[in-house]
Design a protein around this ligand. Sequence first.
Ligand SMILES: CC(C)(COP(=O)(O)OP(=O)(O)OC[C@H]1O[C@@H](n2cnc3c(N)ncnc32)[C@H](O)[C@@H]1OP(=O)(O)O)[C@@H](O)C(=O)NCCC(=O)NCCS
Length: 156
Amino acid sequence: MAENLAVVRVAVAEGTPKVLGYHSLSAHSLLADDLPTDLMPKGRPFPGIGAFYLGFPGVDQSMHGKGIGRMLLRDAMGQNLRAGEYGGIAFLVLDAIDDAAVPFYRQFGFVALPSQPLRMVLPTSVIRQAVGDGGEGRSGGRRPSSADHRPAPKRS
Ligand SMILES: CC(C)(COP(=O)(O)OP(=O)(O)OC[C@H]1O[C@@H](n2cnc3c(N)ncnc32)[C@H](O)[C@@H]1OP(=O)(O)O)[C@@H](O)C(=O)NCCC(=O)NCCS
């Protein structure tokens, strides 16, 4: 899309055009009152809280369990952190497709909004901390095993 509504990044197999998975990121905002109490900002200078929305349709079924989902999540978290250096991006937010997908995101530190259990947020401060710690979320975790797959940007 010419409007630059989202940036899609794909994971491809090295040396082939095969798309193994992808995610998209777009600007978003959250209402402070929707956040879990412990994540509500202390001051409320703006009506909306800056966020990146992560559209994460997933990974090619034949490639599940090979670390590509983890790598894509880590890539989105890195993009979120870098964007936060240019403007106020306080959260990475996504909508889990169903209850079964929730644990996947929880392991990276995402927490559900009280009023919308499938809508999950990860504070940028937690991402920054994880990067500083050499990890990737509240629970840490190992590095992706698929070093031969890498995300590449595609504007849309
Ligand atoms: C969920 C999904 C994106 C995970 O991608 P993947 O490449 O298979 O995941 P990874 O191999 O990177 O797994 C990373 C870790 O998450 C775990 N995991 C994977 N799917 C999980 C799930 N649904 N719930 C909990 N943990 C999960 C893996 O066991 C692995 O843990 P480990 O490192 O301790 O072994 C992928 O299975 C998928 O596309 N599923 C169908 C569509 C979907 O549910 N998409 C999410 C839309 S919101």
